[in-house]
Design a protein around this ligand. Structure first.
Ligand code: HSE
Length: 298
């Protein structure tokens, strides 16, 4: 028995919600095939498209799957094939896609004994291996789709949010290396009350905008006064991309996860494609290799 899974890319943080907000992309993602095996344990048999370790303990999919197996009594094992399309270190949840795919697929093969909330917990163990921090803002939207909010980490409380039907994302990946662990290490640990007020106002506004289908409110709330000012210096042409996106009609833009990808949200596919054209023009004039996608948030 086997399952073939689409493991979607995700945008974590979504500007105002560092470590708590995430969006799922429906046209960017990896594929995974998982088979039941008579040999106990987790065996990663094939990885295509990336130079990643096959050793179970060193692979995010392997670690997430092991965390899951620990909680059940199952005599057999699983074989995992991973076909990577999301580049590692791009900022659209490459490690999360693998961790989420592994636990989702194994859960299917076992007849779904675990809830989404448990799957998020297992997949977070993969994230801990990848970035040193077990954050859930990529694995939650990868597993649950749409938009998600991590209301609390201890105890873990993940909320699925509705997404307006015309919400599209444009994501550009300037191919410079930014490691999540490094871009977390440069962050300050203290935030002024003034900035905290702005940030939680925006988180509330963004979530309300999703519920109310209010694109203007979503637009006003796409602001990050805490993390973006620090991380954006690592990303070439960040300001130019932000300005060009807004001029092309985007609702707003920011760093996707820990970068270097930049996302812009738009109302409608047409605007999202115009935003992509505007961003393309910026990087075309540079030496920086890049790729760009538009995707429905779904
Ligand atoms: N919330 C995490 C961070 C996401 O920004 O470090 C990493 O993809």
């Amino acid at each position: 028995k086997a399952v073939k899974i689409f493991c979607p890319g995700t945008i974590a943080n979504v500007s105002c919600g560092f470590d708590v907000l995430g969006l799922c992309l429906d046209s960017v993602g990896d594929e995974m095939i998982i088979r039941k095996s008579e040999i106990p344990g987790i065996h990663i048999t094939k990885i295509v498209g990336a130079d990643l370790p096959l050793a179970t303990q060193k692979n995010v999919a392997g670690v997430a799957a092991l965390a899951m197996l620990k909680e059940i009594t199952y005599e057999g094992g699983f074989e995992i094939e991973i076909y990577k399309k999301i580049k590692a270190g791009s900022g659209i949840g490459s490690s999360a896609a693998s961790a989420a795919g592994a636990v989702f697929g194994i859960n299917e093969l076992l007849g779904n004994p675990f809830t989404n909330a448990k799957l998020v917990e297992f997949a977070m163990q993969g994230e801990a291996l990848a970035s040193g921090a077990p954050h859930a803002d990529n694995v939650a939207p990868a597993l649950m789709g749409g938009a998600t909010l991590v209301r609390s980490y201890t105890p873990l409380d993940v909320i699925g949010l509705p997404t307006p039907s015309e919400l599209y994302a444009t994501v550009v990946h300037p191919q410079i290396e930014v490691k999540t662990a490094d871009s977390r290490a440069i962050l300050k640990h203290n935030v002024t009350l003034k900035k905290a007020i702005q940030q939680w106002g925006n988180v509330g506004g963004f979530v309300s905008g999703l519920f109310l289908n209010d694109y203007e409110l979503i637009s006003r709330s796409l602001e990050d006064v805490i993390v973006e000012p620090i991380r954006s210096v690592l990303i070439p042409y960040f300001k130019a991309v932000k300005t060009a996106s807004k001029d092309a009609g985007a609702l707003g833009s920011g760093i996707s996860g820990s970068g270097p990808s930049i996302f812009a949200l738009s109302k409608g596919a047409e605007t999202a494609n115009e935003v992509a054209d505007a961003i393309r023009k910026i990087y075309e004039h540079t030496e920086i290799p890049f790729d760009i996608h538009t995707s429905k948030v779904n």
